[in-house]
Design a protein around this ligand. Structure first.
Ligand code: ARG
Length: 355
């Protein structure tokens, strides 16, 4: 196996997303490479996608980036939730019937990104340290964290995986099999423009505007999106045959609505923070087809601004109440824990919207 192009070929301590104790485990390389029809994933296809549970209930996804570290969303770990009540499950496909070799871990510590907690939902990232670290196996492998300078450009097709709702307010039915969905990346300009449509301001600075460190994915007309319970989960893109973590599910306005693409925290801008906590990931080289300045997307992809005619007739309707439009009242996990009160005040409007 050739391994991760962003990882050094060999190093004594297993850099670049390769297991520190075992440099024979490459990052970003699933056991099963087959692309399947439908949206149910295959065993070993997304071996870095993990389930984060609080008090025994799945609340979020996450991505294994090193044996001891899962990258997820900051809003999955509100400070008031006691860490000892979290569990991370790795190597599972059907949440309700995990295989005997699935790995369940506690969370020794969690680091929320310092930028998280402001009004714009920037820095919605957290690094959870597993206790004990995961053991790389057939079903458990890290994803590659992008090398410095790697960009994920608009039009690129990437895949989001998770156990979240299948539609707004519709939980994934038993046996709760991991879902995968291919979604095209949108430029931030295009995405902000879409979120501003129908809000009356068009300035792109109001509440509900994707922050500067986000990536958007989906179609202007909606339909393809992550949803509640997918938060923290990985948006991965294939570069030179290897899967890289481009983003982490953060928020959206309900799920799959026209003009309201899924918003993800982009990983690349936060590499320095990630490397400061997980130094074993450095150094790394960018994959040859993704060095800065070399486009890795088809030509002719709209760079924004957006247009009303991209949306079906009648859309967009007014923006759901702020980014809390996707507040998951089921799990108690909402984007921006610090805004919990304001979100609660909007809950009635939200219920109407979800209804
Ligand atoms: N905040 C949600 C969660 O806690 C994730 C929402 C993503 N929503 C979307 N429409 N893309 O699971």
């Amino acid at each position: 196996m050739s391994g991760c192009p962003s990882c050094p070929a060999r190093s004594p301590r297993g850099h670049g997303g390769v297991a520190a104790e075992d440099d024979t485990v490459p990052c970003g390389t699933p056991v099963h490479r087959r692309v399947v029809g439908g949206s149910g994933a295959q065993e070993g296809q997304w071996p870095w996608t993990v389930s984060v549970a609080f008090r025994g209930r799945h609340v979020c996804g996450g991505a294994l980036i090193a044996p001891a570290w899962v990258l997820t969303a900051a809003h999955c770990f509100p400070p008031e939730n006691p860490l000892p009540e979290y569990r991370v499950t790795l190597g599972v496909l059907q949440l309700l019937s995990p295989p005997p070799d699935a790995q369940v871990r506690g969370v020794a510590s969690v680091a929320r990104h310092p930028a998280y907690g402001g009004d714009d939902i920037a820095g919605d990232l957290a690094l959870a340290r597993l206790d004990p670290p995961a053991s790389p196996s057939r079903l458990v492998r890290p994803v590659c964290v992008p090398a410095a300078g790697v960009t994920f450009d608009p039009g690129m097709n990437c895949t989001v995986t998770g156990w979240g709702h299948v539609r707004t307010a519709v939980p994934l039915p038993p046996p709760k099999a991991l879902q995968q969905l291919e979604v095209p990346l949108l430029s931030r300009r295009h995405c902000r423009c879409l979120y501003a449509l129908g809000t009356g301001t068009g300035t792109g600075t109001e509440l509900g505007t994707p922050a500067g460190d986000t990536l958007c994915a989906g179609l202007p007309r909606g339909q393809r999106d992550a949803c509640q319970g997918d938060s923290g989960g990985p948006l991965t893109c294939r570069l030179a045959g290897t899967w890289h973590l481009a983003g982490v599910v953060s928020w959206g306005d309900a799920c799959g609505l026209p003009g309201r693409p899924g918003v993800y925290t982009a990983v690349s801008p936060h590499l320095p923070w990630i490397l400061s906590l997980v130094p074993e990931l450095a150094p790394r080289r960018p994959p040859p087809d993704a060095v800065p300045g070399v486009p890795n997307v088809p030509e002719g992809v709209p760079e924004g601004p957006c247009e009303w005619r991209e949306l079906p007739p009648g859309w967009p309707r007014p923006l759901s109440p702020g980014p809390g439009g996707d507040t998951d009242t089921d799990t108690g996990v909402a984007p921006g824990g610090a805004r919990a009160l304001r979100l609660a005040a909007l809950a009635a409007a939200l219920l109407w919207v979800l209804g």
